[in-house]
Design a protein around this ligand. Structure first.
Ligand SMILES: O=P(O)(O)O[C@@H]1C[C@H](O)[C@@H](CO)O1
Length: 291
């Protein structure tokens, strides 16, 4: 490890090599679970799991609803690795730390990243409990210069100036939509734009109105850094937001959002999300590697 914010290729490799020595699983798909959505990992068969604190070089989860375990296993016969708990910028992690697992996944052989998050809705037509397929994102910290790709570019992972148009894979979005239809979930499913803000505070009303005007459908405090690092190193990306609250946009509104409420809604919908992700992975065209 170099300075606090610099992580070199060997650091990612060391963690990947350690994991490869501890499990026979060779995942092609990685899943990052959002707040209260860690139950997704419970669906994996033939599990090998590791506490983050036992994995060399791994950051630690500090947020309630993020268990801090990396779980390997199979979903519908496809080998996956699942982060039960992600890292956020507001926890004090550098963005290189936040995205550290994504590059480790690349070195494990992962080709597709599935991200999930809890988010508040700005779109008037959305309801609490809706599932939003992420079509695109606005990365506010990124626009302000807080980017995990800052610093010397590691050409072994990807190019200095990666494109980000079309970052959320169109075929996977379509597949997810079709699955939702066949599961009878159409009335809860949306497709829209996720916006990452730094957090940890929820939005002021003026900020909420600004985001609404900008065309943001859902706002959260994660996802964009992991997605852009995954895309930079050539992974296919799919993302889901669970709408856990409506963002307050009116000064007359007396409601306010809190993390406990977010976790409650996540819990209520986590089984549905689990079925959707499982079905999606089942339909992906993936050949398993073996150790
Ligand atoms: O990890 P995610 O993005 O799902 O977590 C969201 C954003 C904050 O971390 C937290 C707020 O309740 O939930």
């Amino acid at each position: 490890m170099h300075s606090k914010d610099q992580i070199c290729h060997e650091d990612y490799q060391k963690t990947a090599d350690w994991l490869l020595s501890q499990t026979q699983h060779r995942p092609k798909v990685a899943i990052i679970c959002g707040s209260g959505l860690g139950m997704l990992a419970d669906a994996l068969k033939c599990q090998d799991s590791f506490k983050y604190s036992d994995i060399p070089g791994f950051p630690q989860s500090t947020v309630q609803g993020h268990a801090g375990r990396l779980v390997f296993g199979e979903l519908k016969g496809k080998t996956c690795v699942c982060m039960q708990g992600r890292f956020h910028m507001y926890e004090g992690h550098s963005l290189k730390k936040v995205t550290f697992p994504v590059r480790v996944f690349k070195l494990l052989g992962v080709e597709t990243l599935i991200v999930t998050n809890a988010a508040g809705s700005l779109a008037d037509s959305y309801h609490c409990g809706d599932i939003m397929i992420i079509r695109d994102h606005i990365n506010f910290p990124g626009l302000a210069g807080f980017n995990p790709l800052n610093g010397p570019n590691d050409d072994k992972f990807g190019p200095r100036f990666p494109p980000m148009s079309g970052v959320y894979d169109k075929d996977l979005r379509k597949m997810a939509f079709d699955i939702c239809k066949s599961m009878g979930l159409s009335q809860f499913v949306q497709e829209g734009v996720y916006c990452m803000v730094g957090g940890p505070n929820f939005e002021t009303i003026a900020e909420a109105r600004l985001l609404h005007k900008l065309g943001v459908d859902a706002v959260g405090m994660s996802t964009a850094p992991e997605v852009l690092v995954a895309s930079h190193c050539g992974m296919r990306v799919f993302g889901l937001s669970l709408i856990t609250n409506k963002v307050v946009k009116s000064y007359e509104d007396t409601e306010s959002v809190n993390h406990e409420g977010v976790l409650e809604v996540s819990k209520m919908r986590s089984e549905t999300l689990q079925s959707l992700v499982t079905e999606l992975i089942g339909r992906m065209d993936i050949n398993n590697n073996t150790a």
